[in-house]
Design a protein around this ligand. Structure first.
Ligand code: C2E
Ligand code: CA
Length: 552
């Protein structure tokens, strides 16, 4: 087939026809020539008559035909050669990734199938490896796409150098590569060694002059070795799919490693794919819904505001909690979109609450890896005409470990606009007191595990007490998460002035439930309606031990 998709055989056929004409002419030439030429010779020697005119004309015509046929044949041969060269070039271009010179995704399946058949003929198997770079997005985000491209080119060249001559290497997506390599099925360890050496590619320093890029690799491996005998229908797509599943497992097990496919991985993988598809649909259909958890002054019981907590109203799965979908949304790269959808709804809900009530959001580390996060957030505030002074952002400690300079500048921009920043889940991770000093948080939220565990272990109580005193000394306000019952509340009250939230005050509620709650308190201010009570009156929250709300 030509590049246009039209068959080129027609021309070859014409070529054959031209050759046929020339051959026929040659045969006729031989036939007519054998009777005409001796006559010509005899006539020239004066020993006979000139040959018959008709036969002489036929001979001349034959000669003309031979010359014409030969020239046409030469032209066509040249034309075909040029065309075939162009087609070959087009084929190579169509099968090659222009950046790295590797095969591209389109060409991979056929090339792997050819490699597999050849390997099988020699009694060998093939191993297929799916490679996904970890943290590659960061290079693009921080150093730009040109730098990202250079890293990809270098990584491709280094992988190529580690693969045997007869192996295939393809780039099948932004930061995804794949390889296929023939091997002796009885020696899978050779492939283990190969995978390890490919992973090492990223440990070599000086990737295109950027020093350590922090990029690592996850590899999934699958082989046809168990299927070489008997199973002639084994599909190369199944091999690639299995390697993909193994790669997902490698990612899940902490990245920077490789896994061989095992059939038990498939179920989990399918569940994950279903979840990802569900999340995509949920984003398109607006199935994510903000729920709100009350935040209270523990001493007075006054309602201070609400923390927005994401819920997924899935038609298939019911009400889904964030622990199921936030991490997946982060890994899918859609967390910012999801979060912004919820923020937009929340601003509209909270605009109708009493202006004294704050609204807090949880911000994921992925969102903070976007250098434009502050600008995007402020744009949303302006769009919804929501006062920045009412907004608090919860940033978990794990966001601070990497790229702390960027996070620091994002925090500074937000604080400049009057937004308050809380250090969330304090104590849960590798807490660094340095963050408290350097990042000037408005509030530190002690992780729920310390609060709920206060009654079980005296040490938890001591830790909470120490954090509260530290807050007082550093002049940082402290909040307690997970105030589940009266005993915890009583204990916390003895420690100092704290803000808190927890099931003692009720579970996270829908906008509708908050509407009813605030209406009863005279703190709901439907656009334009006057408040039923005086704004400055503190609102005291009834401790609600009933767990009617379904939000948690
Ligand atoms: P978090 O920020 O620590 O939020 C508080 C979590 O504790 C909520 O869980 C809440 O329902 C639960 N909780 C509140 N009071 C109590 C209590 O007294 N006892 C117990 N055992 N639990 C209590 P939820 O809603 O499942 O949220 C879990 C986490 O998901 C949140 O932890 C937050 O880190 C994250 N998250 C929620 N919404 C969002 C979001 O929109 N964006 C991001 N990035 N993360 C979110
Ligand atoms: Ca939080």
């Amino acid at each position: 087939m030509g590049i246009t998709g039209k068959p080129t055989l027609g021309r070859a056929e014409r070529d054959i026809v031209a050759l046929g004409i020339a051959l026929t002419a040659v045969m006729l030439f031989v036939a007519t020539g054998s009777s005409v030429l001796p006559g010509v010779v005899r006539s020239l020697l004066g020993t006979g008559h000139a040959p018959d005119n008709v036969l002489s004309s036929a001979l001349l015509l034959n000669i003309a035909l031979i010359i014409f046929g030969w020239r046409r044949y030469r032209e066509l041969t040249e034309e075909i050669l040029v065309r075939r060269t162009a087609e070959e070039k087009a084929r190579i271009l169509a099968e090659t990734d222009p950046l790295t010179g590797c095969l591209n995704r389109r060409a991979l399946a056929n090339a792997t199938e050819r490699l597999r058949l050849n390997a099988n003929l020699r009694g060998h198997s093939i191993a297929f490896g799916m490679i996904d770079l970890d943290n590659f997005k960061k290079i693009n985000d921080l150093s730009g796409h040109v730098a990202g491209d250079r890293v990809l080119i270098e990584i491709a060249a280094r992988i190529r150098a580690r693969l045997p001559e007869d192996a295939l290497l393809a780039r099948i997506g932004g930061d995804e590569f794949a390889f296929a390599v023939p091997f002796d099925g009885a020696q899978p360890l050779l492939i283990d060694q190969l995978a390890t050496s490919i992973i090492d590619v990223c440990n070599e320093s000086l990737l295109t002059g950027f020093g350590s890029t922090g990029v690592t690799m996850s590899i999934g491996l699958a082989s046809d070795s168990e299927r070489v005998e008997g199973d002639r229908d084994f599909d190369v797509h199944a091999l690639m799919h299995n390697a993909d599943i193994a790669m997902y497992q490698a990612k899940k097990q902490g990245k920077n490693g490789y896994f061989w496919f095992d059939p038990t991985m498939e179920r989990e993988f399918n569940k994950r794919i279903e979840l990802e598809t569900g999340i995509h649909q949920a984003l398109a259909n607006g199935e994510f819904e903000p729920y709100y958890e009350q935040q209270v002054d523990l001493e007075t019981g006054e309602l201070l505001g609400f923390e927005m907590l994401a819920r997924w109203n899935s038609p298939d799965l019911g009400l889904v909690k964030p622990e199921v979908f936030i991490r997946v949304a982060e890994e899918m790269g859609v967390i910012a979109k999801l979060s912004e959808q919820l923020m937009e709804q929340a601003f509209e809900d909270a605009k109708q609450w009493d202006a004294s009530l704050s609204l807090s959001f949880n911000i994921s580390a992925y969102q903070l890896s976007d250098p434009w996060f502050a600008q995007r957030f402020l744009k949303l505030l302006v769009k919804h005409n929501f006062p920045p002074e009412r907004v608090e952002l919860d940033i978990a400690e794990n966001c601070l470990h990497e790229n702390s300079e960027q996070v620091q500048s994002i925090i500074a921009s937000l604080k400049n606009q009057g937004i308050r920043i809380n250090l969330d889940d304090f104590g849960k991770g590798l807490s660094s007191l340095d963050y408290l000093r350097s990042l000037a948080f408005d509030r530190v939220k002690i992780d729920r595990s310390f609060i709920t565990g206060m009654q079980d272990e005296a040490s938890n109580s001591k830790i909470v007490d120490a954090i509260v005193s530290l807050g007082a000394k550093l002049n940082v306000s402290i909040a307690a998460e997970g105030v589940e019952d009266q005993d915890i509340l009583d204990a916390l009250r003895t420690m100092g002035k704290l803000k808190g939230q927890g099931y003692l005050y009720g579970q996270p509620e829908t906008a509708e439930q908050v509407h009813h709650r605030l209406t009863a308190m005279g703190k709901f201010n439907r656009a334009g309606e006057p408040l039923a009570r005086h704004e400055s009156d503190p609102v005291v929250v009834d401790i609600a031990n009933d767990h009617r709300a379904t939000g948690s």
